[in-house]
Design a binder for this molecule. Structure first.
Ligand SMILES: [Zn+2]
Length: 234
């Protein structure tokens, strides 16, 4: 039971045509209604699903660093799709795929993806850039749904988020490397971002190494359900 990659292109249509891109409150509202439409038409995991619960805990742990009093306002969803995909919808809503969870090396790398998406929201990127570009979900948000400068800004903010949440900031680079090694990946764009990350001053490991824990079990659950042997980044 998985959504085809072509199905993911639907989002481009869902998000297209908005004229309210300069207004942040309208952008938040658009995000909520887009998420509603996604929930109606995509195979999302239900609230009590262990995979979704895991992603929620991980996402909220990062959010707690920047919005500790409104953690529950940030919503994290998981789509049953085996392509490694993640994107922000706007309005504090985020979607990651089964495929991404199965693809990443570890919890820290998955946290990097979420931190990057959270950074887009935090930095107000949805106020100025309506995510109308279906390109953004071809390989997940990690690739380009905004222009390169915007992606780099989100990467830079993600490093601070990761460190604050007790994860290795180096995971941002590593997860881009992983995606760049996939067949058909937009290598030059990803490498442009990786070059900036390589020269970043936020490189040292955080003191705390607390984990949500349980990624291996969650991954095994996804593989068992999908009957697939998904390749994992090394
Ligand atoms: Zn991005």
């Amino acid at each position: 039971m998985s959504l085809s990659l072509a199905g993911l292109w639907l989002l481009g249509g869902l998000l297209g045509g908005g004229d309210e891109t300069r207004d942040c409150s309208a952008s938040a509202q658009a995000g909520a209604s887009t998420m509603q439409r996604i929930a109606e038409s995509w195979p999302l995991r239900f609230a009590g699903d262990p995979v979704r619960r895991y992603v929620l805990r991980l996402g909220q742990r990062i959010v707690a660093q920047v919005d500790p009093h409104h953690v529950d306002d940030w919503r994290f969803f998981v789509v049953r799709n085996l392509e490694p995909t993640a994107f922000a919808v706007g309005g504090n809503r985020f979607v990651v795929s089964d495929g991404l969870i199965a693809f990443v090396r570890n919890e820290s790398d998955l946290a990097a993806v979420l931190a990057h998406e959270i950074a887009h929201q935090r930095l107000g990127h949805f106020c100025d850039h309506a995510p109308t570009d279906a390109e953004r979900i071809r390989y997940g948000s990690i690739v380009q749904h905004f222009d390169l400068d915007t992606e780099r800004a989100a990467d830079a903010d993600a490093l601070h988020l990761l460190k604050a949440a007790g994860y290795d900031p180096g995971s941002m680079f590593e997860v881009l490397r992983c995606l760049s090694e996939r067949p058909g990946a937009p290598v030059s764009q990803l490498q442009a971002r990786m070059r900036v990350l390589q020269s970043s001053s936020v490189r040292d490991q955080p003191r705390a190494h607390v984990r949500v824990g349980g990624l291996e079990e969650i991954r095994a659950h996804i593989l068992e359900e999908s009957g697939s042997s998904l390749q994992r980044c090394q």
